[in-house]
Ligand binder design. Structure first.
Ligand code: ADP
Ligand code: MG
Length: 222
């Protein structure tokens, strides 16, 4: 599980993005952070993998205080998916997905095989493997982003508005596939959205935030 304990983030200019935030994201479940633009969702997410360090408070990953784990090591166990996928434009789809396994020392042939398997898992045809990101639709790029985040089989996934930039029909398909995939994989997921319908559809629990980085409500979708 992931546990925020009295976490505050104050940026150097004085902005308090997250204010005394407490939250538990249970193992194997989808926890949604939902709220308006600027309420501190992305800051919360990026503090989990230490792209941002809290000003005060602690974030625990199971029984480990993340402040005491080297960021590179921490991130090996945490997949990260963002809006517009953030793919490497000059690498093919299969190479995008194989990047992390290659960094971790997997040999080329195994990494490629694993990447092809993952592309299939997220619903992409193997014919797309040797294309470049610009040659895919927005929805397909998002699927590649999910496959890439899954490539090292991390127990934890952080997803920042991953489906917000695609049209409503594609978004609904991606949401369905995401739920199906999570049914198979059972990852611990923290998922950020500003869309309350998406929050209710995807969440096992929903943390509603309000501007100023405060937790307004934590509850099941119902
Ligand atoms: P959200 O993801 O909910 O839209 P963010 O976490 O990105 O919100 O931002 C929360 C608040 O922190 C906003 O007021 C934003 O302007 C501010 N903020 C984000 N990053 C920085 C930064 N690097 N320096 C100063 N303020 C920032
Ligand atoms: Mg954000």
């Amino acid at each position: 599980m992931i546990r925020f304990e009295s976490v505050t983030k104050r940026y150097p200019d004085g902005t308090v993005a997250v204010d005394n935030f407490d939250l538990v994201a249970p193992s194997g479940q989808i926890t949604i952070l939902v709220g308006p633009s600027g309420c501190g969702k992305t800051t919360c997410l990026r503090m989990i993998n230490r792209m941002i360090d809290p000003t005060s408070g602690r974030i625990w990953l199971d029984d480990r205080d993340t402040a005491k784990v080297r960021p590179a090591k921490l991130r090996r166990g945490i997949g990260y998916v963002i809006q517009h996928a953030g793919l490497f434009p000059h690498r093919t789809i299969v190479d995008n997905v194989a990047t992390v396994p290659l960094l971790l020392g997997t040999d080329r042939r195994t990494a490629r095989a694993r990447a092809l398997e993952l592309l299939e898992r997220v619903g992409l045809s193997p014919e797309l493997a040797d294309r470049y990101p610009a040659q895919l639709s927005g929805g397909q790029q998002q699927r590649v982003g999910v496959a890439r985040a899954l490539a090292a089989d991390p127990p934890v996934m952080l997803m920042d508005e991953p489906f917000s930039a695609v049209d409503p029909v594609v978004r609904a398909q991606l949401q369905e596939e995401f739920l199906r995939l999570q049914g198979e994989l059972g990852k611990t997921i923290v998922f950020v959205t500003h869309d309350i319908d998406e929050a209710i559809k995807l969440g096992d629990q929903v943390a509603e935030m309000r501007v100023g980085g405060k937790l307004a409500q934590l509850a099941t979708p119902a």
